[in-house]
Design a protein around this ligand. Sequence first.
Ligand SMILES: [Fe+2]
Length: 528
Amino acid sequence: MATYPSTLGAAPKSFFLSNSLFNISLGTATPSRISSVKAAGECWTKHPAWTNVRQERWEGHLAVEGHLPTWLNGTYLRNGPGLWEVGDHSSHHIFDGYATLVRISFRRGCATGAHRQVESDAYKAARAHGRPLHREFSQLCPSEPGTLLDRVRDVVGLASGTLLTDNANVSVLPLGDGRVLCLTEATKGSVLIDPETLDTIGKFRYADRLWGLLQSAHPVVTGNELLTLLPDMFRRGHRVVRMAAGSNERKMVGRVHCRGGQAPGWVHSFAVTEKYIVVPEMPLRYSLAGVLKSQMTPWYLFDWLPESGSYMHAICRFTGKTVASVEVPPFMALHFINAYEQGDAIIADCCEYYADPSVIKALALRRLRSPGMNNDAFPDVRVARFSIPLDGTLMGELETVLDPEVHGRGVEMPSINPAYQGKEYRYVYACSARRPCNFLNCLTKIDLGEKEAKNWHELGSVPSEPFFVARPGGSDEDDGVVISIVSTMEGDGYALLLDAMTFQEIARVRLPYGLPYGFHGCWIPENV
Ligand SMILES: [Fe+2]
């Protein structure tokens, strides 16, 4: 088994695992399972899910417990924040962490793996200076402005984009042409990586004139194109654009005009049907005043303005024309699951927080690391279904799809069989909850037809997004496996493979140590 310590050199000694509070030691891990809630709470402060990645890079063979399917040949990649402490600086929010890529490659029943930091400009600058120099999610500017000139300099830096981060820590996705892209919501945070070595190849350069500092970090990628949104602060809306596989040029599909407030609603993800692009407008809106004053709001970059209304928009994928713009009940959603056409309506499903934005605050690192202070504080979330009429009706509907108790009132980081994207579907795989908890601690398979769920849970474990991989040639929607990277309170980590049909465990692929929590993954089949 090969190991690779930092190869970049010049890192300050205090850069890695700089805060001893968050160091973990496998040598002192308790061998037997800790069963008491009190003990779990004590271990949680050092849980690898919220602890800096142990080293900058690692690569090697992985031991397999159980049996990997012989058809599972390809590479699973996952992106997410993995380093929150730099020098004496400690990040406030999970979204602030510098991107850590994880690779697990499967071939003929064996597995190899790697993790490595994405070498963004923001990461390299922080590494060189021992503190962040770019704006991350919960940090408006690199330092508290001291004078009016500082404030003006910061505002200019944010408006021009020079101070924005390129820390591409949200998603990783294949473009359909062999290239693999890591993204965050700043447009400059579009970074090409090598899916085998995890090398950072460089910035993705958009070959168009579609100016804009922000983008969706959750594009919808089909076999031949990428669809995404570019928020437009000045015209209060979103440009909907597409980029063909093999191209660097985005082209306008159409424009969505937001209807409430002074600024567009935050869109972390959106959905597509076979004909339409569905754009949500929730009352968590970008805070223009916050940017202009160089100040954080109580909701970081956003304002929560329920009185500004909630809306759902749909435009035609082919003509760009708006086909629906309806008011809906108040909602708060980070992730859309899927959407499809049904009669004279569009159905769009999402993980919805009962119109409560507090999940943003629940993801502060202090709260994640202190379950005793934050007992059962992860907000309730449900599978919610929008019905967006296409017949000119002005109001849309929003309903709970199934009893949230069956998934512990937790459902986030959803995935589906990609063959069903934009089509009527039945199964959702997601992180869920066993209460009390201050973060999602289960995996669930939800049957939207039967309105029931199967759950996987181990005490003290934090599983990340369960990513569905279809069996080649399979015909059933749930014929495949689900892959999730799990970190345990004992400091261990492994990739969990569940049979997607039964939701029973079929294998664990042991990682050398527990890894920090990650966000979103992708699958690259071996023959691509
Ligand atoms: Fe996301």
